[in-house]
Design a protein around this ligand. Sequence first.
Ligand code: MOS
Length: 757
Amino acid sequence: MTPEISLTPSTRHARHGSNIGQPLTRRDGILKVKGEAPYAADRHHPGMLYAVIATSQIARGRVTSLDIAAAKAHPGVVDVMTSTHKPQLAEDPDAKLHPFMFRMELLQNDTVRYANQAIAVVIAETLEAATEGALLLAPKYEVLAARVGLDSNESFVPPAIGIGNPSVIERGDVEAGLAAASKRIDATFETPPQYHNAMEPHAIVAAWDGDTLSIDTPSQGMAMAVGRIAGLFGIAPDKIHIRSPFLGGGFGSKGLISGPQILGIMAARLVGKPVKLVLRRDQMYGPVGHRAPTRQRLRVGADGEGRLTALDHYAKTTTSTFDDFFEPAADASHTLYASPAIKTSHEAIRVDTGTPLFMRAPGEATGSIALESAIDEMAWACGTDPLAFRIKNYADVEPISGKPFSSKALRECYTKGAERFGWSKRILAPRKMRDDDGFLVGWGVGTATFPALMFQAAARAVIKRDGSGVMEIGAHDMGQGAWTALVQIAADGLGLDLDRVEFKSGSSDLPDAGIAGGSAHTATAGMAIHNAGAAVIAKLGELATSDERSPLFGAGNAGVIARDGRLFRRDDEGRSDSYADILARAGLVEIDASGTGATNPAAQAEYAMHAHGAVFVEVKVDPDLGQVRVTRAVGAFAAGRIVNPHLVRSQLFGGMIWGVSFALHEEAVMDHRSGRIMNANLAEYHVPVNADVPSLDVLLIDEHDPHVNALGIKGVGEIGVTGSAGAVANAVWHATGVRARRFPIRIEDLVTGEGVR
Ligand code: MOS
C-alpha cells in the first residue's frame, strides 16, 4: 500500500497557463505545520519492540566482552543481538559488487573499525528498557592506537574519486604556465570533517511477515535500498516494501541504506516482531557517512593582463580503513576558469573513521571554497576587482573537456547579482570599509557552479473515466518540495489542472524515481513524469482520432494538444473532445502508459552541462574581538527552467546557508588520542541558527537550455553552497586583510593573523 498523503490545495493553486513555473506553496506544508506529515519513526505496529544500538567507545581494536546477562536481566529487555547471536545474512556486508555498494558494520565480527560503530543491539519492550539494557553491556576492548586526521597514515593515489572520476587529470602544461606567469599564488587550505546532521535521524520500523518485509524508513533512493536489502537477506525484491513519504533532510546521508537501518531489519528478524530503531543524535557521527576533511594546495598563475596561465589544484583527503569514498575536491577546478593549463590531483589516507559519503555538493563545496579563495587572492595580486577578474577569466567552453556549455548565463549572474548587491561601491583594498558602529565591513564574491546531472527514472500515468489523472512515481521528498514540483510537471504532462491529478509517491511499490541526489531529482523524475504524461495522451489521441464519433476523427495523432482535460485539434481549436468522452465511447474505465527519464548520452557527449551562479556576501567583523557576522548575501543563479520559483528560491537559500555554515560554523572535532569525535551533538557541532543567517536575496536568472532535457530543467539542490562559502571567506579577507587558510574561519586566526595577512 502506498501511503495516504492528503495534500492540501491552496488558493495559489489557481492555474495561470502552465503549471510549470508557478510559485505554488508547498502542498505538504499544512500537514507538516500541523505535525500530521508521517515520518518513519511515527509508525507504530501492535506488539512492536524497540531496538537500541550499543556503540563502540573506541575507534580501533576489538570487543573482548559484553555483559549480555546483565542486559538480558533488565526488565523489558527481550534479546541482545551480537556478532554471535544474529540472523544469518545471505550476503557478506563487506562485499562490494559495484561502486555504489558501501560496506557496512552488521555485527559480522568483534572488530571495531571506528568510534560509534555498532557492537550490539538491545531489543526491548520499551525504548527506556532498550536504552538501559545497552548501557548494562559494559563492553571491554582490546584497544589499538587510533589514526585520525590528515597526517596519521601513509598517503596513496586513489584509483578513482567521487563516483569513478580519475584521480589525476592534466590539460596543458601547468608547470610551464606557472613559469611563464607574472603573478603566482601558492596557497594551502584545510577543510574539516563535517557530518550531514539531518534533523530527522536515520530511523526504521521493520516488520516481517514470513519472507515479506514492510519498512518505514527515510530514503533518498528506495529502489536501490530494496536491492541492497534483497541481497543481504536473500529475498526477492518484490517481497520488500519501503514507505518513505517524507524525509527530515538527507543531504546525501540517506542516499544509500545505512548499517543501522539494516540492523533494525535484522533485529525484527531475530525476535519475530516488528521493531523500531532510531539513531540517537550522537550515533549519527560514524555509521551514516560524513564529509571527509581535505587539505588543498592551489597554485595559480596569471599574466600581465590578469589572465590565468595555470591552475593546479591538489587535494588530500581521508577515507575509512575498509572502504573507499574520496571527496573529489580538486575537480571543482575543471569547469569554471579558462586557464590554458589545468591540473587536478588527489591523494588520500586511510583513517579509523566511518566511511565518508556524498554530502551537500561533494567535491564542489570543499573544492570551491579553496578555489574561490585562491582566485580572489590572485585578483588582488593583479590589482583587479575580484568580480572583474572573474568575469575576465570565466570560461566560454568547459576548460577540462573543451566542450561547449549546453547553456551558460554566468555573466548575467555576475552583473545582475552585483547590481542588486551594490558591488560597484566596493573599495578595492581590504580593511577600508567601516560601518557607523566601527565594525570592519567586507564584501566578497564567489562563483557558483554545479553539474546538471540526471539519473534514471520511470513513471506511470493514468487517465480515468471521469477525466481525472493519476501519476505514479516512487519519488523522494527530503523537504525540497517534490510533492509539489513534480505534481506541477505531472499536471502539464497530463493536460489537467493540478487538482485533477492524483499524485502517488514516496513508496517503493511505485515506479523507480531514481536516487534523489546529485541535484538531479526534479530533472530525472520530472522527465519520467513528463514522458509518461505524453505517452498516455498519445494513446488517448489515437483513440479519439480513430473514432468516427469524435470531433477529432481523422486529425491524426500529431495533430492534437492536451489542455484542461480535453484534446484539441491543433489546426482548429474549435474542435475538441474531453478525456471522459473519449474513454466512455471506447468503453474503457481508464487508460495508462509509462515513461522514463534519463540522460541523453548524445547531448552529453557534445555539451558540458552545468548550472551557474554568483554569490555576493557582506560581513561585519569586530575589529577587537574578531567576531564575524554575515550581514547580507545576494545570490544570482541560472539553473535552466524553474519549475517552481518559490521552492527553488527556498532551496537556494538553504544552499547559501550551508555556505555560511561551511565558512564559519561546521566542524567535527576529532580527539586524536581516542579517535572519537568530541562534539557529536547539535549543541557543539555548530550550524547557523536564525541569528547567524542574514537577509538573503536570490535572483533567478532566465535560462533556456535546449540540451539538458526536453523540459530544460537543471538542478538547484546543491549549487547554493558553492560560491557562497568562498564569498564569505573573501568578504572576511576584505574586512580584515586576513586570508583564511583553514575552515571554519576562527576568531583566533583573525586576531592573531594565523591566516595570512
Ligand atoms: Mo546529495 S550529497 O547528492 O544527497
